[in-house]
Ligand binder design. Structure first.
Ligand code: NAD
Length: 291
């Protein structure tokens, strides 16, 4: 069925705000899912900078959108414009999904949820496990906060000495002091290679949540050589272009389970889709169509 035939007077609109927006895979992913399930929804992307965001949210409220996604640079700016935040969004300080619950706008962060659903899809149970996490930007913060919510025992965060290092420290304070639960967070400088090697050796999972491995840093990895890895270590990367980063290549040569960022991208969308429609996204169908 064409979208034209599908849209009628009852069609519900789901939005996406970001700039730039043209490259986003979300409109295709959600619209093909609505079509596949015969749901009367449509997903539209809107080019929105931070200056316009308040007006846009007011407009979305007035039009009674069922929900919307929020991407860069709006993910933090949106916080005070919403009525309620989940713990994942509040502690991460960022929202990527909004649900309009009878006029109340609730902010979620499904990036972290998506990452852990992707691990679950790969039969990985993270409860009681130790993770070494590289990075403290948007993706890494969502993963660190969700790790604590998922029952991860310990998380060692490494960041290079740049403007994100403070955020790495801040994420550690949030996990250790503000969040309930027993997760312990440690913070180290990425330049401290001795500690990085030791922490990887003591971890169950190694996660790259930096852009190292994708353009313009394609072919690079923050782990210098495969001898730092061992077959029982699970190695994951948030990067999905290329599908196999240098880190994942190394992991495969050692015999590690290696997981790229496609699952995180897909499952963050699936979690949002469920919030808006109350139905599961047809994930296998989307995978076959898109990847
Ligand atoms: P960001 O700008 O918020 O954070 C960047 C992080 O990378 C920081 O921790 C920074 O210190 C680190 N970094 C950058 N260059 C580095 C280098 N040369 N050496 C060491 N560390 C370096 O970015 P983000 O939004 O968190 O995105 C990070 C990556 O995650 C990108 O590749 C992005 O495409 C990917 N991502 C994937 C998904 C997904 O669904 N799979 C979702 C969000 C982001």
């Amino acid at each position: 069925m064409t979208d034209q035939g599908r849209i009628d007077g009852r069609t519900k609109l789901i939005g996406l705000t970001a700039t730039p927006i043209g490259h986003s895979l979300s409109p295709a992913m959600h619209n093909m899912s609505f079509r596949e399930l015969g749901l009367n929804y449509v997903y539209m992307a809107f080019e929105v900078d931070n200056k316009q965001l308040e007006d846009v949210v007011t407009g979305f409220r007035a039009l009674n959108l069922r929900g919307f996604n929020v991407s860069m640079p709006n993910k933090t700016k949106i916080l005070p414009l919403l009525d309620e935040l989940t713990d994942g969004a509040r502690f991460a300080g960022a929202v990527n999904t909004v649900l309009n619950d009878n006029g109340k706008l609730i902010g979620y962060n499904t990036d972290g949820i998506g990452y852990f659903r992707s691990l679950k899809e790969n039969h990985i149970d993270v409860k009681g496990k130790k993770i070494t996490l590289l990075g403290a930007g948007g993706a890494a913060t969502a993963i660190a906060i969700q790790a604590a919510l998922e029952g991860v025992k310990e998380i060692s965060i490494f960041n290079r000495d740049d403007e994100y290092f403070n955020r790495a420290e801040n994420n550690t304070v949030i996990i250790n002091e503000k969040m309930e639960g027993d997760c312990i967070a440690n913070v180290y400088r990425l330049e401290d290679k001795k500690t990085l090697k030791e922490e990887i050796a003591a971890s169950d999972i190694l996660t790259n949540a930096t852009g190292v491995g994708m353009k313009p840093l394609e072919g690079q990895a923050l782990v210098p050589d495969p001898s730092w890895l061992r077959p029982e270590l699970i190695v994951s990367d948030v990067v999905y272009i290329p599908r196999k980063t240098k880190l994942l290549e190394m992991a495969e040569t050692v015999g590690c389970q290696a997981i790229n960022g496609l699952g995180m991208m897909l499952w963050q969308g699936a979690a949002a889709f469920e919030l808006w429609t109350g139905q599961e996204m047809p994930v296998e169908y989307v995978k076959n169509q898109m990847f």
